[in-house]
Write a protein that binds this ligand. Structure first.
Ligand code: B12
Ligand code: SF4
Length: 588
């Protein structure tokens, strides 16, 4: 039991090794949930400290009459809630986005807790334990990514038994059993969008009536039916005053001095592009598009201090009349920021709204173009063809906003020369920047079946799709080649020109101030990448040259230390990462 805990609500503190324990009060919190309805959580009490009254109740459901917190103050279910983003870093360098999903959940919990702390472990030193208070009776973890596994597990385990522990987020949603089985101190997993379920949880709705909840009862794990997404609430958005640090734009991990924030104004997407998971929840159901009112969105924007704001909506531009109203309100309230948004090419049909977006401060449209070929666009069910793309860009290319195009590499049926059309096509359209992703099979996308029915195509263990004529490694090489073809000196000049036209370069002085840090971080990054590539080359040589249909060479966590050819460690790493017995692969 944590030595950091120093008091209990019921005065049943037990001093241990210089620390004190709130186990007795923690039992009461769990028991009070039993009392609230049929939703008994079967783990009550604690197994740790010999003299503690909590110990005797381990494994039993505490009878309601033994509850030591008989009454709840209306609307104040918890004494202190702690919300944790339990990661140390993001996969890529764009780790400067706030944990918005957790902040939405915190906005709900805040209404039921006397006090609340939200910690983003990427931003603050310390671990979950350091933020627990004696009166902490609820801990919420946002489990979004399958990375930093050991750290994540240690954080979850560090919450003392008896403190109600709830986890949610995309990764937790994919396999709720795993979290309830592996972590005996986790009381519940909330699957999918968390606000409504968390609200019911805090209001002590009986556990078996909370849609989207997985929990343990009578030693068994129960999964309630899924929750379909309801209408988004206009009165609910993150309270940014609880942040401990400012989020700033970072380049290769170095802080560049420009405040960045994100905002989520709508969820879901009504389109059916086969490769995309934005339009589905993790169990494959369509997420219908639902949005907050323009007034609510602009109220939130008014509270944001950062100068650059990313709209993380799956599809912000689905309702262009709503976009127009948001722009009008931003202009009327004199809010001056820079925004970037995901958009579909069809927005070109509303040049009037495009102009308003420019006036309101929208600076970048991130557009899914995906491919330069009709056959691919058709099979992706993208909803437009190459001729239509060209037509839309006749309008879009006159915009002052930066045009960023997403393309997918390795689409089924595309040859290497088909893929090499991306850079010339992007130049022709007038795109300013591009990003290339390798096609991945995400659950429920239907891509797994398509691959199975297409001879010569395979899914790598990490979900990337590759083929006999283009391995994952070759796709990586192709990606670098296309970037080189696209980002020519002429293109850089074009980007700078647009930056001058739309005033984006006014951020340059801030970046220049931080240049020494950025330069040092970039050198470090180049060095790290080079040594990673060298290590991969060594491994590839050690494991034999991969054939054309292979994924390439096995990578391993750099923290694991050197792996020698044929060593038991290498075999273990290969076996663990390659459960389907496929040939070794490489991540790009
Ligand atoms: C911003 C963003 C990022 C940021 C990170 C932001 C951050 N720190 O959270 C950056 C740019 C770093 C990023 C990187 C990546 N991303 Co990203 N990203 C997004 C994006 C656009 C928005 C996320 C967001 O803020 N959503 C809005 C909030 C409100 O929703 P939410 O996070 O899902 O939270 C809700 C629930 O999950 C739940 N919830 C969350 N936490 C908790 C906690 C509790 C206790 C409870 C009860 C509930 C709960 O309730 C919340 C409110 O309803 C999404 C797409 C999207 N629109 O969601 C993709 C998305 C999440 N990213 C995705 C991917 C694939 C990646 C990368 C792997 C891409 C890559 N190859 O580099 C990397 C991985 C990063 C890493 N950590 O390792 C995928 C994930 C797919 C999947 N099935 O897992 C998404 C869905 C996009 C997609 N369809 O491809 N990403
Ligand atoms: S790619 Fe865009 S339009 Fe298509 S389903 Fe995904 S979010 Fe919707």
């Amino acid at each position: 039991m944590s030595e950091r805990l120093t008091m209990t609500a019921g005065g049943l503190a037990v001093r241990l090794g210089g620390g004190e324990c709130n186990g007795a009060r923690a039992i009461s919190t769990v028991a009070a949930f039993d009392e609230a309805g049929s939703g008994a959580i079967s783990r009550t009490g604690c197994a740790n400290c010999a003299p503690c009254p909590a110990k005797s109740t381990v494994g039993a459901v505490l009878p309601a009459q033994e509850s030591r917190v008989p009454t709840f103050t209306a609307g104040r279910t918890f004494q202190h809630a702690l919300c944790v983003y339990p990661y140390r870093r993001e996969l890529n360098e764009a780790g400067f986005f706030p944990p918005l999903g957790l902040e939405f959940v915190a906005a709900v919990v805040q209404r039921y807790a006397r006090s609340l702390d939200l910690v983003d472990l990427r931003m603050v030193p310390g671990r979950t334990q350091s933020f627990l208070r004696p009166q902490t009776d609820l801990v919420c973890f946002s489990v979004n990514w399958d990375r930093d596994r050991e750290f994540l597990a240690a954080e979850i385990r560090s919450v003392p038994p008896g403190v109600l522990t709830v986890i949610g987020g995309r990764h937790a949603t994919e396999d709720p059993d795993q979290w309830l089985t592996r972590f005996p101190n986790v009381d519940a997993v909330i699957r999918g969008d968390g606000e409504e379920a968390m609200d019911e949880f805090c209001r002590r709705v009986p556990l078996d009536r909370i849609a989207g909840l997985s929990f343990r009862r009578d030693g068994r794990i129960h999964h309630n039916p899924n929750r379909s997404m309801g209408q988004l609430r206009n009165d609910l958005y993150p309270d940014r005053r609880i942040r401990r640090r400012k989020y700033v734009f970072t380049i290769k991990g170095a802080r560049a001095g420009i405040g960045v924030d994100s905002i989520a104004t709508s969820r879901g997407c009504p389109n059916h592009c086969t490769f995309c998971s934005f339009n589905r929840n993790p169990w494959g159901e369509m997420r219908r598009w639902t949005a907050r009112s323009p007034e609510s969105v602009v109220d939130e924007l008014g509270e944001i201090k950062a100068r650059i704001v990313g709209f993380v909506d799956d599809l912000f531009t689905h309702d262009m009349d709503r976009v127009e109203r948001i722009c009008d309100l931003i202009i009327a309230r004199g809010i001056r920021k820079r925004y970037f948004v995901n958009a579909r090419l069809e927005i070109a049909r509303r040049p009037d709204v495009l102009r308003k977006m420019e006036q309101a401060g929208f600076s970048m449209l991130m557009l899914g173009v995906e491919s330069a070929h009709d056959k691919t666009l058709r099979s992706m069910r993208k909803g437009f063809d190459v001729a239509r793309i060209r037509k839309h860009f006749e309008v879009l290319r006159h915009s002052r906003m930066f045009l960023h195009g997403y393309f997918i590499l390795g689409c089924i049926g595309e040859s290497r020369s088909d893929m090499l059309q991306i850079a010339p096509f992007a130049h022709e359209l007038g795109l300013d920047t591009i990003a290339l992703s390798v096609l991945r099979s995400s659950p429920h996308s239907g891509l797994d079946e398509l691959v199975a029915n297409t001879p010569g195509y395979h899914v790598a263990p990490n979900g990337k799709i590759y083929s006999d004529h283009c391995s994952v490694e070759q796709l990586g090489e192709l990606r670098r080649r296309i970037y080189r073809q696209f980002y020519t000196p002429g293109q850089i000049v074009r980007i700078a020109g647009k930056g001058i036209r739309n005033d984006a370069l006014k951020f340059l002085p801030n970046i220049l101030l931080h240049l020494p840090h950025i330069a040092a971080a970039s050198i470090l990054d180049v060095w790290r990448r080079a040594s990673r590539r060298a290590r991969k080359r060594r491994l590839r040589r050690a494991g034999g040259e991969p054939g054309p249909a292979s994924h390439g060479a096995q990578t391993y966590d750099p923290g694991e230390g050197p792996v020698r050819a044929g060593s038991p460690k290498l075999r273990a790493v290969v076996a663990a990462a390659n459960p389907r017995g496929l040939r070794p692969f490489v991540y790009i």
